[in-house]
Ligand binder design. Sequence first.
Ligand code: AMP
Ligand code: ZN
Ligand code: FE
Ligand code: FE
Length: 284
Amino acid sequence: MMKLIDLHTHTTASDGTESPSELVQHAAKIGLVALAVTDHDTTSGLNAATETGHQVGIEVIRGCELGVSTPYGEMHLLALWLPEECAELEKTLAEVRQLRIERNKKMLDRLNKLDMPLNYEDVLRFAGGETVGRPHIASAMLEKGYVKSTKEAFSRFLGRGGLAYVPRTLPTPEEGVTLLAKTGAMVCMAHPGLLACPQEWLLDTIPQLKKCGLQAIEAWHSDHSSADVEFCLHLAETFDLGLSGGSDYHGRAKPSVQLAFGKNNLHLTENILDALKLRKKALA
Ligand code: AMP
Ligand code: ZN
Ligand code: FE
Ligand code: FE
């Protein structure tokens, strides 16, 4: 059997439930040979993950996931192979996290008006690291008994269009791709199938993003249907982009997803990583 990998995962540095070190140990234990750690808006877990990777003998790829704003809502970008030093990116990520705090507090104001009072401290108790977001608010709501499940917290209150939803202030896709590409990392469009946009919009936008440094798209993802995968393969072929694959593992926060495996018979194998490495080498 082909060796397993995973190029999209989250830890307690953002909204996953395993620490960076625990996640890498977990991956090694179940036989993965490589793992990209891609927390939202932070690189703070990467040193611990890399160190554990050395100890347990698994390749750790330094990454992160950045949201950008489109007319159809948030699009996500993944950086793979971030360098250890990326001062300009760190500065922007710090600003992005500050905007998250302001946004989170606005959502708490809305919940307060809906008779579901929460202090910011109630939320922070569920956050293990620098990046605080809606999953932590959902956990606090669950603890207070305001909702019966995380799913309900999102569908009624925190999800896009929900009663307490406040959108994030985010960079444009061009700004995001440029920022990540400048670090020297491989920039990959994450889960295009989750963006509720017409296919024509992606067909129009991707050439512009490629000019800014976009190099790959995440075709294999636990929330992609087979039609989503097919469309991503078509995009990659049309625009000469690499193909990535990740489970988007969040630990207990997303129990339907396992490392290297997901819905729709998703299983992520070393050939995906090998092809990306060849592309990276060719572009270097
Ligand atoms: P935020 O970054 O604060 O906007 O929160 C987005 C995160 O919330 C995503 O990365 C997911 O981990 C999680 N999330 C989004 N929608 C849902 C949902 N319907 N149910 C559970 N978790 C969700
Ligand atoms: Zn997440
Ligand atoms: Fe994402
Ligand atoms: Fe993710």
